[in-house]
Design a protein around this ligand. Sequence first.
Ligand code: PMP
Length: 402
Amino acid sequence: MGRFDSISTDPPIDVFHLTELFENDGNPSKVNLGVGVFQDENGKTPTLPVVRSVEQSMAQDLTLDKNYLKSVGLDSFCQACLKLVLGEQSSSIIENRACSIQGLSGTGCLTIGLEFLYRNGYKIGYISSPTWSNHLSIMQAIGFDVKRYRYWNKEKLNLDIDGLLQDLQDAPENSVILLHACAHNPTGCDPTREQWQQISDVIKQRKLFPFFDFAYQGFSTGDLDQDAWPIRYFADHQKHELLVAQSFSKNFSLYNERVGHLTGVFSSRDIIPKFRSQLTTIIRRIYSNPPAHGAHIVATILCNPTLYSEWKNNVRTMFERIQSMRQLFYTKLKQLGTPGNWDHIITQHGMIAFTGLNPRQCQTLLQQHHIYLMSDGRINICAITQKNIDQISKSFYEVITT
Ligand code: PMP
C-alpha cells in the first residue's frame, strides 16, 4: 500500500481539456477557437520580428551572464515597465510613490501582489462575473473570501454597469477589487471613460482596493497609452493606492519566457522600502528570483527608441489582425442571415470574443462541426483565418438555426 494510493485527481483545467479533445480529433477540418494565444493568418503564434532581432544581438553579447537576478528582478526592466504602465509624466513616478517588481508574467504578478495584500489584512476579494478562471483559483488558494461583482449583461450582450456599481457599493471596506484594465477576458467589454470614473468614485467612497490585471496592453484600442488610461486615471488623477499586474505574454508574444511586472502605487514614498522588502520575502519563499532572458529582451526594446517604435508597429500589426478577423466574422454571420444581433463581435475589444452562444450550442459545434470552444461561448478571434472562416460561420449559422 503506497502513501498516495488514496489521493484524488483534480478536475481537468477546462481550456487544457478542450485542447486535448481537439488534439485527439482526427477530423482534418477541426478548428480550435479555445486557447487564448495570438495566431497569425497561418495559425502560428509568431515570435515578434523585433524580439528576434534583439535575441540575435543578445546571442553575441559576451557581457550577458546567467548569474541570479535579485528577487525583485532586473532594474532596467523595472524602470522601463513603470513608464510603460503609468506614462512618462506620471506624478506617482515623479513623487517616488510608485514601486516596481519583476514577476513571473501576469499569473505570477497577480499571485505575489495578492499574497502581499492578504498578509497585510486584506481578506476579501472581488472578481468580475465572468472572468479569467485563474483569478478565482489564485485568490482562493491564498485564502481570500472570494466574491463576484456583476459585469456581463446576458440579455443586452454588454457591460452591466449598474450591477457592477451596485455590487461595489455593497462590498465591505478594504475588499480587493480585481479589475481588467482593458480587453476584458472573456467578454471583450471595457467600461467607457465615464464608467471608469464612476467605478473609481465608488471604490474611493467605499474604501476598496483596486488591483488591475493588465494582460492586453495594446490589444484593446491598438494604442499603448489609451489602453493604460484607466490605470493612469486611478493612480495619477484620482490618487488611488493600487497594484497592477502587467503581462508581456501577449503584447511581446513572450508566452513561455514568463515576463511580467508588478506595480505598486502608494500614498507616500515611505511605503516603497517596506513593500520591496515584503515582496522580496514573498518571492524568495516561492521561487527565489525571476528568469532574466525575457526581461532583458523587454528592457532592451523599451529603452531604445528605434526598437520601441518597431515594437509598437508589431503590436499594431497584431491588433489589426484581430480587428480584421472580428470584421470578417461579423460580415459572414450577417451575410448568412444568422438570427440575432452580432454587433458585439465588432464592438468588443481584444483577442477574446464572447459570442453569446449557450452551452448546448457550444457542445453541438464541438461534437457535430469539430469546432472547439469553451462552453461559455468565448472564442479566440485570432484562431479565425481566411481558410476556416466559411466553415466557422456556417457552423454557427447551423447551430443557431436548428
Ligand atoms: N490575466 C488575464 C485576464 C489573462 O487572460 C491572462 C492570460 N490568459 C493572464 C492574466 C496572464 O497570463 P500570463 O501568466 O501568461 O501572463
